[in-house]
Design a protein around this ligand. Structure first.
Ligand SMILES: [Zn+2]
Length: 339
């Protein structure tokens, strides 16, 4: 494991955690929540590295002691990372039991024992219940860090036993400075907008060339809505390449379309670069249809995390998108509630 970076916008959060450590007030369970691409996990690991370092320099791990060596090798016996065995799968109860069992042993270095659970919302019901028992009886110098961008999916009983640390999107200036430092992209501001203000998401988009893909997806989205593109053919393309990113973009366009429909005063948009195009798209659409449609797409987004057939998921999304203009208003509505 490489030394976890402490991104500039996370410094205040780290300082807060480090102050807890200095005051001997590190909680038994910490919930780090906030949007994707903000470095929540790296913050958890950086704090773990600090706790496990044997000869820290002020608030930083020294990088050379045995604790730091083991940390960097990913073999520190007092650090466990609990994550799904495969991306998108759930964290199982056996995995939770195993780390809890390890936690009950003495620290090999007489210091902290740290478990990082990421993403914590991927624990299945049994796994969450197994964890809950441990949270109810915290042991000294044991720290469980739950990391999630979907805290509402955690059991309320788990949430209530954690001290919460919310990570906010960094200010535009800080994020842009970071993006400019890390990429050679010619349009950092547009990248920042498309990544919805998440700096790490922006880097990922730059690396994977997702900015161009998003443009293509938006053209297809517009084409289907305007009846120029075949929803089934587009569904095939979308299901094959970057399906998750694609649906997240669709959801954010729809949210902006709803905002534009509800406000005459130039609402703040997630997709500022698409403002005019989105304004054009909402012409003739009913906001209530958009809201219902967005709910349906949210459901489809959840289905993407199951083994369900992706082609069918996207066909449902796109056929209904086409129907927003070509079916619901011209065919369904006039029939009235009796149908
Ligand atoms: Zn060290």
């Amino acid at each position: 494991m490489a030394e976890p970076a402490l991104y500039p916008w996370l410094q205040p959060s780290f300082d807060h955690l480090d102050a807890l450590r200095r005051d001997n007030r590190v909680p038994g369970a910490l919930l780090i929540q906030g949007g994707q691409g903000l470095g929540k996990r790296s913050l958890a690991l950086h704090f773990a590295a600090r706790l496990l370092c044997l000869e820290p320099i002020d608030s930083s791990p020294c990088g050379v002691c045995q604790g730091c060596h083991l940390f960097k090798a990913g073999t520190h016996p007092d650090l466990k990372i609990l994550e799904p065995e495969e991306v998108g799968k759930m964290i199982k109860v056996d995995q939770v039991r195993k780390v809890i069992q390890d936690l009950s042993l003495m620290s090999l270095y007489h210091g902290y024992r740290v478990i990082v659970i990421d993403p914590a919302d991927q624990m299945n019901q049994n796994a969450a219940n197994a964890l809950l028992k441990t949270l109810e009886e915290p042991a000294p110098k044991n720290l469980i860090i739950l990391v999630t961008h979907r805290p509402h999916r955690l059991l309320p009983t788990i949430r209530s036993r954690c001290q919460t640390l919310s990570i906010a999107r960094p200010e535009k200036g800080i994020a842009l400075a970071f993006i400019k430092e890390k990429t050679t992209i010619s349009s950092p501001e547009r990248l920042w907008t498309c990544a919805e203000g998440s700096p790490l998401r922006a880097l990922e988009m730059a690396e994977k060339g997702l900015l161009g893909l998003r443009d293509q997806r938006f053209e297809a989205f517009r084409g289907v809505l305007k009846g120029r593109e075949d929803p089934v053919a587009i569904a095939q393309t979308w299901a094959e390449e970057s399906p998750v990113e694609t649906l997240d973009w669709v959801l954010s366009w729809l949210l902006d379309m709803i905002r534009l429909s509800l406000s005459d005063e130039g609402p703040e948009l997630l997709n500022q670069d698409l403002g005019e195009a989105l304004k054009d798209l909402i012409k003739g659409l009913e906001v209530v249809d958009l809201i219902h449609y967005r709910d349906a797409v949210s459901g489809s987004r959840a289905q993407l995390e199951t083994p369900a057939n992706r082609q069918l998921i996207f066909e449902a999304v796109l056929i209904r998108l086409a129907a927003l203009t070509h079916f619901e208003r011209s065919v369904q509505r006039p029939k009235g509630p009796s149908t």
